[in-house]
Every structure is written in structure tokens, then in C-alpha cells.
Design a protein around this ligand. Structure first.
Ligand code: SAM
Length: 282
């Protein structure tokens, strides 16, 4: 293995479905290190066996990461080399490893990435949505109220937003996105990437929800949800004007609600007034 001979921590990406996606370098590192720290040793055992990797593995998951990191640090300090893997994809990306990497770096021990599969990047690369600037948002909260609050914070976000989601929650998430961003905002569901039933579908949110609701297969497996960013400043502020108007219209007559919105958001009174009228007619 053309890798370091002194102690270091390798962060090794593993496939997100298709085993052929593992890199040659990943296999070599996993064979050569003294210990593999795996999120779930039984799950990773299947992968390691497939590639005839016999390296000893120990668990490192969300519930033991703090204490396990101390143990692994001691091993590194004794000159051992360690590879960290997660159940699938790149460790630390919505997976354990952050505490370990921080601790190891604090002790000036090298941390070396062995890049490979990552569902966010695979999904973005094939989604057809803007890829020059994006924001990875991880998993949204499972409770609707908390989820809508987080989405509200993203109303003005102009970068492509990427979320991990469980398929059983997909309909709820899409419905909340429609409430916050409107049914016309383009979005993509990238499901079962690199696997037999891979589907990557980009449509306006409203159509996407109708499509998944009509086809139970779309609610199976694993998925990444991507959302186009707000087009221009005007999009963001229109959404914001509508949001403030909707709140004020519950308490005030149209004229007052429009005037207050105009001064709160520093927008034209006429514009706010015509938008208020439209909201009232809905
Ligand atoms: N560390 C992983 C990575 O690099 O992508 C992500 C781990 S996170 C716990 C698992 C989530 O990633 C899934 O719920 C799903 O949102 C996404 N994911 C993982 N594999 C996927 C696949 N093959 N197709 C679509 N989404 C996937």
C-alpha cells in the first residue's frame, strides 16, 4: 500500500449500494490498517468479507463515539493505524466520526480521507439542479412543526438545498415544502442510488408529491431530496411579503395589512396592496 507507514486515521468511503463503487485505494487501506472502526461491525462485516478483508474491527457509533474515540486515540498514540467506515458512503456525512476526527486532529495525528461514494454528491450530480452552489441540510426533523420551522429559515436560500429523508416521511416533507416554497419550485427525488431500482426524478414540488403519492414504490428504499434555490431576490421577497401579509390579514383589513407590510419590509405600498388583494381572493 502506497500509504503512510506511521500512525494515522483514514476516513474511508464505502459504497452506498453498488459494491463495485469501492475504490482500489479503499480496499488497500482497509486491508493494511491495524483496526477498522465501523458504525455497525456486523453490517460492515458483509462488505469486508466480500473484499476478503480480515482486519479486526471495532464499533464506533453515535452512542459510544466519545468513549470509543479515547480508546482509538490511545491506539494511534501507540503507533497503530486506523480506518473509520460507516454503514454506507462517506463517514461523518450524517454519520458518526466528527468527535473522533476532532480529537485526533487536536493531538496532531494525521487524518487522511479516502474519498468515494456519497449520496449527496451522487444525487446532485445527476439531478439537473444547479450544482455550482449548494447547501447540504442533512435530515429534517420528523415532527411537522419543527420541520416547517427549519424550512421557513430556508425561504430565501438561493443555493440548491439537499436533504436526506426516510421514504416513509417523503410525502409529509414534500407537503411541507409546498406550504413553504410553493408547488412550482422544482425539486428532485434521487432514490436507491447505484442500486437496481435507482430513480432520479426532477419535477415541480406539486407534481412530485402527486407522483410519489400515486406510486407506492417511490416510498421504498433510501432517498435524497433536492430543492432548487430561490431564483432571484424577488422570489424570496415575494414569499416573505406573502407570509407577512397572510399573518396580518388574519387581524387587519386589507389596506392596513398592506401598509404595515410595506413599511415593515420596505417594499412598495401598491405592490403590497395588490398582493394582499390576491391573497384575499384565494
Ligand atoms: N454517509 C452517507 C453518505 O455519504 O451519503 C449517508 C448516511 S445517512 C445515515 C443515510 C441517508 O443517506 C439515507 O437515509 C438516504 O437519505 C441517503 N442515502 C444513502 N444511500 C443512499 C442511496 N443509495 N440512495 C439514495 N439515498 C441514499
Amino acid at each position: 500500500m502506497a500509504e503512510r507507514s506511521d500512525a494515522c486515521l483514514y476516513i474511508v468511503a464505502t459504497p452506498i449500494g453498488n459494491l463495485s463503487d469501492i475504490s482500489q485505494r479503499a480496499i488497500e487501506v482497509l486491508q493494511a490498517v491495524d483496526v477498522i472502526a465501523a458504525e455497525d461491525t456486523r453490517h460492515s462485516g458483509i462488505l469486508l468479507k466480500h473484499f476478503a478483508i480480515n482486519t479486526q474491527s471495532i464499533s464506533l457509533h453515535d452512542h459510544n463515539e466519545q468513549q470509543r474515540s479515547e480508546t482509538l486515540l490511545e491506539k494511534l498514540q501507540q503507533g497503530e493505524s486506523i480506518a473509520l467506515i460507516s454503514d454506507a458512503g462517506t463517514p461523518l456525512i450524517s454519520d458518526p466520526g466528527y468527535k473522533l476526527v476532532t480529537l485526533v486532529r487536536e493531538h496532531n495525528i494525521p487524518v487522511i480521507p479516502i474519498p468515494g461514494s456519497c449520496a449527496v454528491i451522487a444525487a446532485l450530480s445527476a439531478s439537473g439542479l444547479a450544482s455550482d452552489r449548494f447547501s447540504f441540510e442533512g435530515f429534517l426533523p420528523s415532527k411537522q412543526g419543527a420541520r416547517q420551522q427549519i424550512l421557513q429559515l430556508l425561504v430565501g436560500e438561493s443555493r440548491t438545498m439537499i436533504f436526506y429523508d426516510a421514504p416513509r416521511r417523503l410525502e409529509g416533507t414534500l407537503a411541507d415544502m409546498i406550504t413553504v416554497f410553493g408547488e412550482h419550485r422544482p425539486a428532485c427525488i434521487a432514490r436507491e442510488l447505484t442500486k437496481i431500482h435507482e430513480t432520479i426524478t426532477t419535477k415541480p414540488l406539486g407534481e412530485l408529491l402527486a407522483w410519489v403519492s400515486a406510486d407506492a414504490n417511490q416510498l421504498k428504499g433510501e432517498c435524497v431530496l433536492l430543492l432548487e434555490g430561490a431564483k432571484q431576490q424577488i422570489d424570496a421577497s415575494e414569499t416573505e411579503i406573502n407570509r407577512v401579509l397572510s399573518l396580518l390579514l388574519k387581524e387587519l383589513p386589507v389596506k392596513k395589512a398592506a401598509a404595515l407590510t410595506a413599511s415593515l419590509l420596505e417594499v412598495s405600498k401598491n405592490n403590497a396592496y395588490s398582493m394582499a388583494l390576491k391573497l384575499q381572493q384565494k
